[in-house]
Design a protein around this ligand. Structure first.
Ligand code: DX5
Ligand code: ZN
Length: 214
């Protein structure tokens, strides 16, 4: 099974977002990773449902929407309507994780839960059967281009054990490079988010292939 690559448009040219989404689609990106930040849960502010809706006609690839917002629950329906396929909320920003995950699935979307680097994987234990995706943050969320936090390799391996044979994607986000990727695959990751590693040069296809180890 080849690992899925989800280029993060946080590192794209925001003045040409539609074009950039088409370019990563043509370059073989599996999912489009969309970082939503609120300037409160994380110290940065990005885009919301209006921009996601505007991007929707530019590709048929799944939109992997990473909500770094607190609260997230009141806005989940807006992101579903805007065209998200995966909707991921943060464990640290939600007192009612179980309810949010149920809501996402009830809207016909895939439910994801993200953990900051210091958050233990035990928070997943009682919601495993409500999850389609687990997003392990390997940087402190807020910005692209940060360095990978090594301790998260072990967290990925532990989560892989917890998942067992459930059909849950295990995605790693932050500082992932072609050098780090093989160790994460070995630990059990099935998908990578990559911002700088994809957008660092105009050869998006080559950069995506390198992350797959090709
Ligand atoms: C960070 C975001 C990431 C970020 C990844 O808060 O969640 O998706 O864009 O960018 P790189 O790959 O450059 O670390
Ligand atoms: Zn992200």
């Amino acid at each position: 099974m080849t690992v899925k690559i989800a280029p993060s448009i946080l590192s794209a040219d925001f003045a040409r977002l539609g074009e950039e989404v088409r370019a990563i689609d043509q370059a073989g990106g599996d999912w489009i990773h969309i970082d939503v930040m609120d300037g409160h849960f994380v110290p940065n502010l990005t885009i919301g449902p209006a921009v996601i809706k505007a991007l929707r006609p530019h590709t048929a690839r799944p939109f992997d929407v990473h909500l770094m917002i607190d609260p997230a629950q009141p806005f989940i329906e807006d992101y579903a309507k805007a065209g998200a396929d995966y909707i991921t909320v943060h464990a640290e920003a939600d007192l009612h994780i179980d309810r949010s995950l149920q809501l996402i699935r009830s809207l016909g979307k895939k439910a994801g839960l993200s953990l900051n680097p210091a958050t233990p994987e035990s928070v997943l234990e009682y919601v495993l059967d409500r999850l389609d995706l687990i997003l392990v943050m390997s940087v402190n969320p807020g910005f692209g281009g940060q360095s990978f936090i090594e301790s998260q390799v072990e967290k990925v391996a532990r989560i892989r054990q917890m998942i067992g044979d459930r059909p849950i994607e295990l995605e790693v986000d932050g500082g992932v490079t072609a050098e780090i990727a093989p160790r994460l695959i070995k630990a059990g990751a099935t998908a990578f988010v990559a911002g700088s590693a994809v957008f660092k040069t105009p050869d998006y296809a080559g950069n995506i292939a390198a992350l797959r180890g090709l």
